[in-house]
Design a protein around this ligand. Structure first.
Ligand code: FNR
Length: 371
């Protein structure tokens, strides 16, 4: 059957993938309240479209950290993509560069930074998990830099792994024929089976729970790459991130896989944008499945968005062609949304083009019926 929107890939992935893998990709933490809310919150934001504007030419291009891309739609880091498709991260990298946009490679990729770089040109960011062993971190950052990655997305919401019950039930672990390739030579590339989630045990063993703001400063001493802080949800942390030298902020709840009952990212976005005061760009990920979602995020002040699950689901369904199609469908929908709301370039998208459920009524009723 013909695919007409991004969300349709999930059902196909479910049919194709082993249950353990599909559940790992699809799940959120605990009650999965935030998982639903990441989607639901978009539906409580409505448009205030402007009409009779010449929309025969629409420019979706933008610049992120100085890099020109074709649209404000980018790829979030998702771990272990070779579980979805044998080409895994290679396919994602090729699809992103064909679409003229940025791919973020996960620390826990099943392809190394060097392997992904070898797929050809493309603007790529590297997502960093900070291991207890800081030599491992320093080495990895240096390798990413040498392989031509342009920024570090430092994930700050994972001192411990969120409680993902499907992974516990399935005894999730990385299949033995795959490796966390960036750590292969460091003897940290394999994941043991555990009595619960193998990934949760891996995180408990290797990831540094002491990570704090001083480490954001430390990171700047070992790399010249700009640092995006991924996982900010409050104004307070936005201000500290800016003071700590972050080059940008990613409003993210890790696809609802860490702390359950945090707000949808689209609900937290405006608070963060206001606190950033235009000093650094603010990005968003979480639940973006439609071009209208992209527009809403930009109207609330985001400089761009990232998608996570749509990439692994489309990879599972159709490999590189699937990821290309996801990016193309989102691009087409976003362009149509711009046209139908009267915006010809990203700078024309304004807060007045949407109304959110937390807005106070803008106009008093003009007509009072006579009693
Ligand atoms: C993730 N995410 C993630 N984040 C990160 O910083 N490092 C990682 O390795 C991963 N791995 C990962 C695997 C899978 C299967 C998912 C679904 C998510 C979080 C990811 O970068 C992003 O924040 C969310 O996926 C965005 O939400 P959506 O688009 O999946 O709703």
């Amino acid at each position: 059957m013909e695919i007409t929107n991004v969300s349709e890939y999930e059902a196909i992935a479910k049919q194709k993938l082993p249950k353990m893998v599909f559940d790992y990709y699809a799940s959120g933490a605990e009650d999965q309240w935030t998982l639903q809310e990441n989607r639901n919150a978009f539906s409580r934001i409505l448009f205030r479209p402007r009409i009779l504007i010449d929309v025969s030419k629409i420019d979706m291009s933008t610049t992120v950290l100085g890099f020109k891309i074709s649209m404000p739609i980018m790829i979030a880091p998702t771990a272990m993509q070779k579980m979805a498709h044998p080409e895994g991260e290679y396919a994602t990298a090729r699809a992103a560069s064909a679409a003229g946009t940025i791919m973020t490679l996960s620390s826990w990729a099943t392809s190394s930074v060097e392997e992904v770089a070898s797929t050809g040109p493309g603007i790529r960011f590297f997502q960093l998990y900070v291991y207890k062993d800081r030599n491992v971190v320093a080495q990895l950052v240096r390798r990413a830099e040498r392989a031509g990655f342009k920024a570090i997305a430092l994930t700050v919401d994972t001192p411990r792994l969120g409680r993902r019950e499907a992974d516990i039930k399935n005894r999730f672990t990385l299949p033995p024929f795959l490796t966390l390739k960036n750590f292969e030579g460091l003897d940290l590339g394999k994941m043991d089976k555990a009595d619960d989630s193998g990934l949760a045990s891996y995180v408990a063993g290797q990831i540094d729970r002491t990570l704090s703001w001083k480490d954001v400063k430390w990171l700047q001493t070992i790399t010249k790459l700009p640092i995006l802080v991924k996982g900010v949800l409050t104004a307070e942390d936005t201000r500290i991130a800016v003071q700590s030298g972050a080059a940008g902020i990613i409003v993210s709840n890790h696809g609802a896989r860490q702390l359950d009952y945090v707000p949808a990212t689209i609900s937290a976005l405006e608070e963060v944008v206001k606190a950033a005061q235009g000093r650094v760009p603010v990005f968003l990920d979480g639940g973006v499945r439609r071009g209208t979602d992209v527009f809403k995020a930009l109207a609330l002040g985001a400089s761009g968005i990232f998608i996570g699950r749509p990439v692994v689901f489309s990879l599972a369904a159709e490999g590189e062609a699937g990821v290309r199609k996801v990016l193309q469908m989102l691009r087409d929908e976003f362009e149509l949304t711009m046209a139908l709301s009267g915006c010809r370039s990203l700078k024309e998208i304004s807060r007045d083009h949407i109304v959110a459920d937390w807005d106070t009524p803008r106009t008093q009723p003009r007509y009072t019926p006579r009693l």
